[in-house]
Design a protein. Structure first.
Length: 188
């Protein structure tokens, strides 16, 4: 293992710590964190490519190449079905009980399961932002990816989480996450 790869592994662990200790609504932690390295990166990248081809979403295929070329990927998921109990209506329902009932009865129409508590969604954003900030402080190239989170959920890596994001990391002379084609069409 190159020193840069070893350092990226340490940064991934620090990112997990930053996500875990990030502020949470009402002090309730509903975050799940997983670090993918080695062969797990290929498993994640393969699932991203599979989903991209199946759903005809070109950027999933493009992003899968980035994940496969990464040194690590931090996956952060949230149990958005767990309400904060504040009846704020941010989820679009009259109260937390109505949102919970809708979660249990409405069909799943996309890669994320919902409805989700808006407080938990904010928790996920704060955790992902804290993790990405930690990577940047330690000079590890990174990018928050919707596509990697969708694939991680598809693989069952986040337990009963409803939404997840992946943050791949690379320690190299130039960031592999920028100057990319706008999208890659399936089959190219």
């Amino acid at each position: 293992m190159k020193p840069e790869q070893e350092a990226v592994g340490m940064v991934a662990s620090l990112m997990a710590l930053a996500a875990r200790t990030a502020p949470k609504g009402k002090g309730v932690d509903e975050v799940e964190i997983r670090i993918a390295q080695g062969s797990d990166l290929n498993v994640l990248a393969d699932e991203m490519e599979r989903l991209g081809k199946e759903k005809n979403i070109g950027f999933f295929i493009r992003d899968s190449g980035n994940v496969a070329a990464s040194d690590a990927c931090v996956v952060i998921g949230i149990r958005g079905q767990v309400t904060a109990g504040v009846n704020c209506g941010g989820c679009g329902y009259a109260d937390c009980a109505a949102m919970k009932e809708a979660f249990e009865t409405e069909p799943v129409n996309g890669p994320f399961r919902g409805p989700n508590c808006v407080i938990r969604m904010a928790d996920l954003g704060i955790a992902a932002g804290s993790a990405a900030k930690t990577a940047a402080i330690h000079n590890a190239d990174n990018r928050i990816m919707y596509s990697a989170g969708v694939a991680a959920l598809s693989l069952g890596w986040c337990g009963d989480c409803t939404v997840a994001y992946g943050i791949p990391l690379k320690g190299s002379g130039k960031s592999i996450y920028f100057d990319r084609p706008a999208r890659k069409e399936p089959g190219q």
